[in-house]
Ligand binder design. Structure first.
Ligand code: SF4
Length: 460
């Protein structure tokens, strides 16, 4: 499921119509980034952990076929039903067939970006099944009829006052109330009733372990445990890249995940599932949906290392100032911008350009994905294979020519110098996107003139 905008620029423009929101969104995410830094720096072996995690992922992805077969065999032996889905449609059909068999009408679902990716909620709603998202942030965006704007903090774009209004409308809380403790209490009461009446629970999976056939789901709210332990049927949906070979590898990822996501040493609940409880059913749906194709793209396969911590979003200056809904793909931010072009290059052609290529995303990534390099490579493919913004190509060709000729470069420098001293309206007008919110300093001389006067002197 994608967002409503055709390009990232369009969505960013919309988000920036409210400068106050942009400022606190930026600050809120930078606060999380700082918590992450503090937490990561408290572990001397942090870089070693990142390297080990990256190597485990590289090994798992290179041997994915074997590990998936091993996982299925072990899970089956544990009494778990394992299903394979080649795409989103098949995933949704499988989930629905399980629910239909049990005549399920009410489902509680914990946070799962995979089910967002597959558009599971609207699919099940169309079949007459109510799906209630039980993560607080997810429930907020669900009540607002929106998509998550962040993979870890789905409602980060909403102010507590907006949540108060939403809860007043849907949960009958006091009008004007925006105290987070009060609102959380109301949500807890509302969700408890949903948990108690659910016929089935759907969860995501953070890590599945080939050698045991078990899996782990991480939450801070315990909603996975409430759902999966109360309902008679538990369906866990997982992208095939979430597999790790051994239990001993789990510690590496759990230490990295929580610290990178929120700065916590560990998520409040790391819930392990191995087999169904007596009299209950446990299903796992293994989903491809374009992952094997991405695996075959040498330049981009490392994107499958992702453990969905959200750190690349929190650090990204573009994401922080354009908001998650400005992206044209379910997963926003830098990681979404390198996963989405593989799904539909034309549709998501604007996303690889939603970056300064500063490399901060790659620096914080706990599994060492070379995100900014992949963005750069997708840009080249977009320009080669789509009609995306040809003016950029013309501009770059011109810049290449200018930089290849000192005479032309100096001439442009001199002309620019005169131009920048000209009437303000020539620079700051509707035709110049760079002039919005940016003031250029008034130039005094060109670099060439400066160098002629000072360069030799400074070299001595
Ligand atoms: S790409 Fe890296 S930093 Fe971004 S969400 Fe995935 S694991 Fe986290």
């Amino acid at each position: 499921m994608s967002t409503q905008y055709k390009t990232h620029q369009e969505g960013a423009k919309q988000f920036n119509k409210n400068p106050d929101r942009v400022t606190w969104h930026d600050k809120a995410l930078w606060f999380v980034r700082e918590k992450r830094d503090k937490s990561a720096h408290s572990i001397p072996e942090w870089e070693e952990l990142r390297e080990i995690a990256s190597q485990i992922k590289a090994h798992s992805l290179s041997n994915l076929n074997g590990y998936l077969m091993q996982f299925e065999e072990k899970a089956n032996a544990n009494g778990v039903h394992v299903h394979w889905a080649k795409d989103a449609q098949e995933h949704n059909e499988i989930v629905h067939s399980i629910l239909a068999k049990h005549e399920v009408k009410n489902v509680v679902k914990s946070k799962s970006m995979l089910t967002e990716e597959c558009g599971l909620n609207p699919y099940l709603n169309d079949k007459g099944i109510e799906v209630v998202d039980t993560d607080l942030g997810e429930r907020i965006v669900q009540l607002a009829n929106e998509h998550p704007s962040h993979i870890v903090l789905p409602a980060i774009h909403k102010k507590k006052e907006e949540v108060g209004e939403l809860f007043h409308k849907h949960l009958n809380t006091e009008k004007g109330a925006s105290d987070p403790t009060y609102l959380t209490g109301a949500a807890r009461e509302h969700l408890r009733e949903k948990f108690l009446n659910a016929d089935a629970a759907i969860t995501g999976i953070n890590f599945a372990i080939a050698e045991t056939g078990g899996f782990v789901v991480c939450t801070n709210e315990g909603n996975v445990d409430m759902g999966a332990n109360l309902a008679p049927v538990h369906i866990a949906c997982m992208g095939i890249e979430k597999l790790i070979p051994k239990v001993e590898h789990l510690g590496v990822f759990l230490r990295l995940l929580a610290r990178s996501a929120t700065g916590q040493a560990i998520t409040t609940y790391s819930s392990h599932f191995h087999k169904p409880a007596d009299g209950k059913e446990l299903h796992i749906v293994l989903v491809d949906n374009g992952r094997t194709e991405q695996l075959g793209r040498e330049d981009f396969r490392k994107s499958l290392n992702c453990i969905r911590c959200g750190a690349c979003m929190n650090t990204c200056p573009i994401y922080r100032r354009s908001g998650g809904h400005s992206y044209t793909y379910t997963i926003p931010g830098p990681i979404g911008a390198i996963l989405s072009p593989g799904k539909d290059l034309k549709k998501h052609s604007s996303l690889p350009f939603a970056s300064t290529l500063c490399g901060s995303c790659s620096d914080v990534c706990p599994v060492k994905i070379d995100i900014h390099m992949q963005l750069y490579k997708w840009r080249q493919l977009v320009m080669k294979e789509t009609n995306y913004d040809k003016s950029k190509q013309i501009g770059m060709k011109f810049a290449g020519k200018a930089m290849g000729s000192p005479t032309l470069f100096n001439l442009i420098g001199k002309m620019g110098n005169i131009f920048l001293k000209g009437p303000r309206a020539l620079i700051y007008n509707g035709l110049n996107a760079w002039g919005i919110d940016r003031e250029l300093p008034v130039p005094t001389e060109t670099f060439d003139d400066w160098y002629k006067q000072n360069g030799k002197k400074n070299e001595q």
